[in-house]
Design a protein around this ligand. Sequence first.
Ligand SMILES: Cc1cc2nc3c(=O)[nH]c(=O)nc-3n(C[C@H](O)[C@H](O)[C@H](O)COP(=O)(O)OP(=O)(O)OC[C@H]3O[C@@H](n4cnc5c(N)ncnc54)[C@H](O)[C@@H]3O)c2cc1C
Length: 342
Amino acid sequence: MTTTTDPGPSGTPGPTTVLVVLGGPDRLRRADRELLVLAGGLGTTHVVVPDAPHDTLLDALAGHAVHTVHAPETGPGDRLTTPAVALTEAAAREAGATVLLLAAGPEATDVAARLGVRLGAGVVTDAVALDADLVATKSVLAGGWTTRCRATSPVLVATVRPNSVELPSDVPSDVPADATAAVPTGADRPRVRTHAVEDTAPAARVVGRTALPATGRPALAEARVVVAGGRGTGGDFGPLEELADALGGAIGASRAAVDAGWAGPEAQVGQTGHTVSPELYVSCGISGAVQQRTGMQTAGTIVAVNKDEQAPIFEIADLGIVGDLRTVLPQAVAHLRALRGE
Ligand SMILES: Cc1cc2nc3c(=O)[nH]c(=O)nc-3n(C[C@H](O)[C@H](O)[C@H](O)COP(=O)(O)OP(=O)(O)OC[C@H]3O[C@@H](n4cnc5c(N)ncnc54)[C@H](O)[C@@H]3O)c2cc1C
């Protein structure tokens, strides 16, 4: 859909302009690509990057028909989200964007809320789908209800859960940061517009950053496969890690496992942890309490391994395996390896 009668921020009817807030200036992550595919179906795409865009990013954007890349004159430095808000607001006003898309997450929720106030926009967080008529689908009340909603304001700000948009086969799901040789030359690069933005809320500063230890696995929130463990692991995540590595997935955990110190808080899935929406969620030794389900039940396929056939997780599982995870998981790994001839 390239033309609609949606009015722009100025109130003038015109074609839909979509502003996509990208996760970084260096490369396109899978979640970015999903937003670009979504935006491409809605109208003309502009993007915002938090710092000066790298050549690798501009080359990767060449295949996505991006009109303009909006970048700040100076990077966010030691600020929290306020520079991103100021930049995105400036870009949205200049481009006349009526739809702003971000990959869902705690930071995106913060940015979206602030943009909602500044632009007088309707805000929808954690959408799992967005139709061409801008109706968003959400899973709410601990996953018990699926709702559809539409902003009544002229501008919509939406955060979309990663893995909600299917990528066409010709769109790579992710491009490694160092894959410069694999991307096209700069012939069709979008134009770059830099903005001098003033941080109007500089009260908080970042005083230190500590990188999480590298696991070689994808980030939990964006992973296409998550293998999650609960109290039933007894503290041994080894079989889960083997399965996650065989499937190229991330490790998740229930709160019981995190509280026991068997997994870090960054791995927690659920009401007070991450909300994930992978293509495949393998739940191992997790009972399936409502607070766990709310963080994972929009997954495409749910496989549950639990030795209790009455466990609530089986109510939402697409495939349930009643058994001891210490027996089931190694068999699954062995089978996967055999299929690959390893
Ligand atoms: C306000 C609030 C917020 C919360 N937020 C979260 C949250 O974000 N995320 C979250 O997960 N929980 C959250 N909880 C806690 C939640 O209610 C449950 O207590 C928790 O999810 C239980 O974790 P679990 O399933 O690992 O443990 P349990 O409920 O003890 O279940 C363990 C399961 O493992 C199975 N099992 C045991 N041994 C094996 C074996 N060898 N092989 C296979 N299966 C085995 C058992 O049959 C059982 O079903 C929250 C609770 C509250 C009150």
